[in-house]
Write a protein that binds this ligand. Structure first.
Ligand code: AP5
Length: 221
């Protein structure tokens, strides 16, 4: 699993780890964003509508909704190629639910990679992020700009500024992370699963560190 504050680069590294090691990827943030883009077509349930409103404000979605969503996707956790969790669990309650769910499937967490960087690095990454409306590829106006401003290199779609990447929502997200992440990190540290990855470097260097940690654990073979 990939843990760390908003904007530290979990999604960027998840793509690279998935490409190299091939696990089934489960990102709770991506699930909510897909629900948001589908919201115009299919009316969301009351629980999902509350979740999407919380997400737009930068607040955490309720544990009950997150737990339901993960349970619905339990097949990912039983994938032959393993699983990669991005942005989940975010609270100690979610971590306990995950442990129980995995135990019921006869699986377990092998490692929790904790990406960390100083707050100014994180705020700069979030403020400059642009995401393709069509294929959801991620760019940064300065650090990883597209070839044509405002257009996705991969599919030509329009790039947008995520609603929760506005200054007020960034502030709320960082506060939420500070309030809930300590016990989650401690939970996996106590289990001997936590590996620290310094993330204030270019994406290739960060991936090199993550890859080395995965291989040192005897995973990915
Ligand atoms: P989620 O989608 O999980 O967002 P997040 O944790 O806030 O993380 P981000 O996607 O913003 O950042 P990231 O770390 O993936 O960074 P990225 O690689 O994009 O969650 C969104 C919302 O959904 C939450 O706020 C909450 O409301 C809800 N939610 C989701 N899961 C939940 C849960 N379990 N419980 C409750 N609520 C939940 O990189 C950021 C930018 O930096 C990009 O522009 C990228 O190009 C650039 N970049 C990345 N790495 C580098 C690098 N090494 N050097 C330079 N630039 C870099």
């Amino acid at each position: 699993m990939l843990l760390g504050p908003p904007g530290v680069g979990k999604g960027t590294q998840a793509e690279r780890i998935a490409a190299e090691f091939g696990p089934c990827q489960l990102s709770t943030g991506d699930i909510f964003r897909h629900a948001l883009s589908d919201a115009g077509r299919d009316a969301p349930s009351a629980a999902m509508a509350a979740a999407l409103a919380a997400m737009k404000r930068g607040e955490l979605v309720s544990d009950a909704t997150v737990d339901d969503i993960v349970r619905e996707r339990a097949r990912c956790l039983a994938c032959d190629y393993g699983f990669l969790l991005d942005g989940y669990p975010r609270t100690l309650e979610q971590a306990h639910t995950l442990d129980d769910l995995l135990a019921s499937l006869g699986h377990r967490v092998d490692a929790a990679l904790h990406f960390f960087a100083a707050e100014p690095v994180i705020v700069a990454r979030l403020s400059g992020r642009r995401v393709c409306r069509r294929c959801h590829a991620s760019y940064h106006v300065e650090l990883h700009p597209p070839h044509v401003p405002g257009k996705c290199d991969a599919c030509g779609g329009d790039l947008m500024h995520r609603e929760d990447d506005q200054p007020e929502a960034i502030r709320v997200r960082l506060k939420a992370y500070a309030a809930t992440s300590g016990p989650v990190l401690e939970h996996f540290r106590a289990a001997g699963l936590l590996r620290e990855i310094a993330a204030a470097a270019d994406p290739d260097q960060v991936f090199g560190r993550a890859r080395a940690a995965i291989l040192a654990l005897g995973l990915g073979g």
